[in-house]
Design a protein around this ligand. Sequence first.
Ligand code: ADP
Length: 391
Amino acid sequence: MEWVAIVAVLAAVAAASVASVAWRDSLRTAQQWEERALAAEAIGREQQLDALEDRRVRDLTLSTMREGLLLVGSDAHVAFANDAIGRHLPSTPATLDAVLPFALRSGIEDSRERGQPNSVLVETGVPTRWLRCTITPAADGATLVVVRDVTQQRRLDSVRRDFVANASHELKTPAASIQAAAETLRHAVEDDPQAVPRFATQLEREAIRLSRIVADLLDLSRLESGSSLDDLVSLGAATREEAQRLEEAARDAGVVLEIETSQERPIRGSQKDLALLVRNLVDNAIRYSHEGDEVRVEISCEDDVVTLRVSDTGIGIPSKDIPRVFERFYRVDRARSRETGGTGLGLAIVKHVVENHGGTMEVNSELGRGTMFEIRFPAEPSSSATVGQPV
Ligand code: ADP
């Protein structure tokens, strides 16, 4: 009886312990499930957030793009248009039928009909803007249109084309003169020996003109890629040096050349390019003055600004021409420019040097009374100007 009771108690204890293990296991499983569910929910939320973030990034990217994007669905309704479309096209269309300009609409229709990509260049607005539109059909019958404003690029292309045409023309003239003078010289050696020095001088003059144009073109092309800003330059010293070189030309022209440099600060830039700027301005002032006129070059410094002023009492520039004199090959009086050895590139060079050095420029001129070019450069801060760099 005792044994039976003991066995029963043991069995009960064993059953209870089995039950407690099962309960513990089931509890652990439930916990795991819950953890898993929570993890899944967290992942789901993270994915949602990722999707939201992706959409936010995508929307931001598309809305800040410079190119216009237009997605026309297979039903000819516009499924998507970014902000730039509204800027490039006359309006943001809701359907293909509303796409303007017309040339773009027919370009899209053509691409959809043929199932082939298409590219059209369209003109729109006042002032005229040029749009390059790339049309790509998608597999589901939709069409993606990318619109790029290429107005500036076309303008630059046209400036470049004009420049090449002008430069070729400018080079052709002295080249033809050299050829003619050389031929005449060859005949003169036999037929008219006395005329030989005259033709030789003419030949030399045209050759010098040709090489001046080439030198100025090379300077311009170098300046277009910027100036090295490695030197600390004294504009006063550069001016005195250039004035010395031009003294003879001034004397020959009967022009008085005055230089005045008050206390000045150095500027950071290219010694060579700043000297070129001074040379061109002073050379012009002498060439466009009459005998007895005066050319003054003043350099001063105030409020961290170094000012170069080149003034003359010469022929002056008509006010309508002032905005154009910095254009390449633009001359007010072509004959006078040629006679005095001009290339039509001097002021274009000056403009580039000023821009490369962060300067500003002003021109004042009165016909028959004279011209003044005033150029301002930022002075080098005093502390760095004294750190062992000779000026
Ligand atoms: P150029 O080699 O013909 O002198 P620039 O580019 O130096 O070419 O100048 C362009 C034009 O601006 C000149 O042809 C001239 O008509 C005018 N010009 C420039 N500087 C002066 C000046 N100091 N006085 C009058 N006209 C000037």
